[in-house]
Ligand binder design. Structure first.
Ligand code: FE2
Length: 291
């Protein structure tokens, strides 16, 4: 199934820690994903607390809804979605930060987009012939309030031994400097993983960071380069690559779908925040585990 990425793209991935693959998602596919995401938000009636996702105050992302979302489809609000009275400032579908984290297995539209020969082939091209689809996110980067995502390495949040997490990020709309495109530090994937994010027990027990290497991550944005890409582009990200995205103060959204895969041969510790129940096992991108 390999042969999806060009030699140049494979070389770029190993050299820079990321590869930019244009024209990976056609307009009709993008429209289907975007319509489905908005429908999920429209249908979503949160029970209990409305959950905000922000990378700035980590404790706010460590509640029960977050820690159980590895096997659910949950909508997380933008931190700036609410006014001082706790009311939404804008329509619900313009207030959601992201949908996560198992729609690739629980929603037929996202599942059909995720488990394809093209994506399995792209993974195989960079050496992941046994990729498991671990986590998906639909990221809205809403106009005006789309939150910053602090500089991080994905291996911090999805750890395996050895480290194998790889991100496949799809621009469903043009990603520009104005609307909060990805930024990355070319070559910095060769430095160590700095820290890991651990759950302390069950979904009510909270989380902590363990520092593995005290070397600071590159400063954003000055040590990073912007990845301005047109809609339809796939960016493949090494799990050690420091990356960041800015707040979106523009009037245009920047929708993206992001999938994180790990190698089936690697060990996935049970202290990872994302845990799946035995009745929802991880599945291989290449579908070789299906009858
Ligand atoms: Fe990331």
């Amino acid at each position: 199934m390999a042969g999806v990425l060009s030699d140049e793209q494979i070389e770029q991935f190993h050299r820079d820690g990321f590869a930019v693959v244009t024209d990976m998602v056609g307009p009709e596919q993008r429209r289907q994903l975007m319509e489905r995401a908005v429908a999920i938000v429209d249908e979503w009636q949160p029970t209990g607390a409305q959950t905000v996702f922000t990378t700035q105050e980590q404790e706010r992302t460590s509640n029960r809804e977050f820690l159980s979302s590895g096997s659910n489809i949950w909508c997380f609000f933008e931190a700036e979605a609410f006014d001082e009275h706790g009311e939404l400032r804008q329509a619900k579908h313009l207030s959601i930060n992201k949908i996560g984290h198992a729609q690739h297995d629980l929603d037929p539209v996202f599942s059909a987009f995720t488990y394809t020969d093209d994506l399995a082939g792209a993974a195989a091209d960079i050496g992941m012939t046994d990729a498991l689809a671990l986590q998906s996110m639909y990221i809205f980067k809403q106009p005006g309030i789309g939150g910053e995502v602090g500089c991080h390495q994905d291996g911090t949040f999805l750890y395996t031994d050895p480290l194998t997490v790889t991100g496949f990020w799809f621009a469903l709309e043009d990603a520009t400097l104005d609307n909060g495109c990805l930024w990355a530090a070319p070559g910095a994937h060769r430095a160590p993983l700095r820290k890991v994010f651990k759950r302390l027990g069950d979904d009510d027990a909270g989380t902590e960071f363990d520092v593995l290497d005290p070397t600071p991550l590159p400063d954003a944005p000055q040590d990073l380069v912007p990845l301005e890409v047109p809609a339809g582009t796939m960016v493949v990200l090494d799990g050690r690559l420091p990356h960041w995205s800015d707040v979106n103060r523009s009037g245009r959204s920047r929708h993206a779908y992001s999938l994180h895969c790990i190698s089936a041969a690697a060990d996935y510790p049970d202290w990872n925040w994302l845990q799946r129940p035995s009745d929802l096992p991880l599945r291989r991108l290449d579908r070789s585990d299906r009858a």
